[in-house]
Design a protein around this ligand. Structure first.
Ligand code: COS
Length: 377
């Protein structure tokens, strides 16, 4: 780590210990999201890490960004994910938006004053994203949106929603992206999901009922580019989900080793039983391997190498590993690990959805296999 990264990590650790950690159990129980915690990230200048300075970003690297997410995830996966998704939307706006769109929407996001949501999934279109049905019908001066999006992170708290909707025929080329604001007529937030984990993150349906979106809010001013914009955003999002998984795993490893060193059975610390030592050695090895993969994907991205396969591998490996590590960590604590007296059961619940979001791990394998086929054909 360079000096800046060490400094950033230390400052964030303090913020997370003071402002996040004390509320996590209670907020998890009450499904409570605190916008002030996110705004606090803004005060640390981390809400637009990879974005250009001219739009209020820090213009740092993706390698810096994954370190920040890794640190936050040790205290709260939901807040790390909120930052990851909002930054993913900013990246898409920055890459595909017009100059006017960037100037208008990015500064409030990079400062942390506002949050952005990513709206791709629908009830009949999850893994098969190109089959989405939300309609955007051309009208005078803009588009009328009708349909709904499901499982939208931070819905109800975000001001900007990047919405993929159909302007053309079937398939990916008929999809366009729109910048929808929460105060647009016809936009509303629907059912809030009751979730196994990530309970501090608000997840809900968003609904469009004859929602008029002005022409200038068509991303990039061009129809038909929405699917590619979403996919390229997801490539980056997959690296950050990998980083979050590694942060969560690291915390679970720390907690379980600490416990194993203190807990005595048969007159010795349970750490000293070889059965547990092998388990802990595997946990540490697998998480280190995952982190190296995530770091490599981030480095390639910083070097402008497009590598969807590596992004998918990083997400797949790190999140499957987080599920295994958090499950084993509960096992090391035994009965007490299954109770909310320790946070391990929450870590395990928070890990599960990492295998599902930003493309299920089955989809990651599809992406990897497709690239392998291209390489070997
Ligand atoms: N970056 C840029 N463009 C991409 C891309 C990427 N990573 N992946 C695909 N594209 C482009 C393709 O190049 C193709 O463009 P052309 O038509 O110009 O050739 C177009 O998008 C369609 O691609 P493809 O034919 O591969 O699309 P498919 O419908 O077969 O689906 C998968 C591809 C399965 C990979 C995609 O649907 C997917 O990732 N699904 C998961 C969705 C997801 O992650 N949802 C989570 C939402 S957030 S919780």
């Amino acid at each position: 780590m360079n000096e800046l990264q060490t400094e950033l990590k230390n400052q964030l650790k303090k913020y997370c210990l003071d402002k996040i950690e004390p509320f996590m159990e209670e907020d998890d129980e009450k499904n409570r999201f605190r916008p002030e915690i996110y705004r606090g990230f803004g005060d640390y200048g981390i809400c637009g890490i990879p974005l250009p300075e001219k739009f209020g970003g820090a213009e740092l690297t993706y390698q810096d960004f994954i370190l920040v997410l890794h640190e936050i995830a040790k205290y709260s996966v939901p807040y790390a994910v909120t930052l990851s998704v909002s930054t993913m939307v900013q990246n898409i706006l920055n890459e595909f938006g017009t100059e006017a769109q960037k100037q208008k929407y990015l500064p409030a996001l990079t400062s942390g004053e506002e949050i952005a949501s990513f709206c791709l999934s629908e009830s009949h279109s999850g893994s098969d994203a190109a089959s989405l049905k939300t309609q955007a019908k051309k009208t005078k001066g803009g588009y009328i949106l009708n349909g709904s999006k499901l499982w939208i992170s931070t819905a109800g708290y975000s001001k900007t929603y990047l919405v993929m909707a159909r302007t053309g025929g079937e398939g990916s080329s008929g999809v366009s992206a729109f910048i929808v604001r929460d105060d647009m007529k016809g936009f509303s937030v629907g059912k809030k999901e009751k979730k196994m984990g990530w309970r501090t993150s608000a997840t809900a349906e968003v609904i469009f009922e004859n929602c008029f979106v002005p022409e200038e809010n068509l991303l990039g001013g061009t129809e038909g580019t929405g699917f590619k914009a979403a996919m390229s955003g997801l490539d980056r999002g997959r690296i950050t989900i990998g980083a979050i998984a590694c942060g969560l795993s690291e915390r679970a490893i720390e907690e379980s080793i600490q416990y194993a060193l203190e807990r005595k059975q048969f007159n010795q610390a349970i750490f000293d039983f070889q059965g547990l030592q092998f388990m802990m050695a595997d946990m540490a090895t697998e998480n280190t391997a995952s982190w190296l993969l995530v770091k490599e994907a981030a480095e390639q991205y910083d070097n402008k190498i497009k590598n969807s396969k590596l992004c998918a591998m990083a997400k797949l490996k790190a999140t499957d590993t987080a599920m295994k590590i958090t499950t084993d960590a509960v096992q090391i604590l035994g009965g007490v690990g299954y109770t909310s007296e320790y946070p391990l059961e929450r870590y395990m619940r928070d890990a599960k959805v990492l295998q599902i979001v930003e493309g299920t791990n089955q989809i990651q394998r599809v992406v990897i296999a497709r690239e392998l086929k291209k390489e070997f054909n």
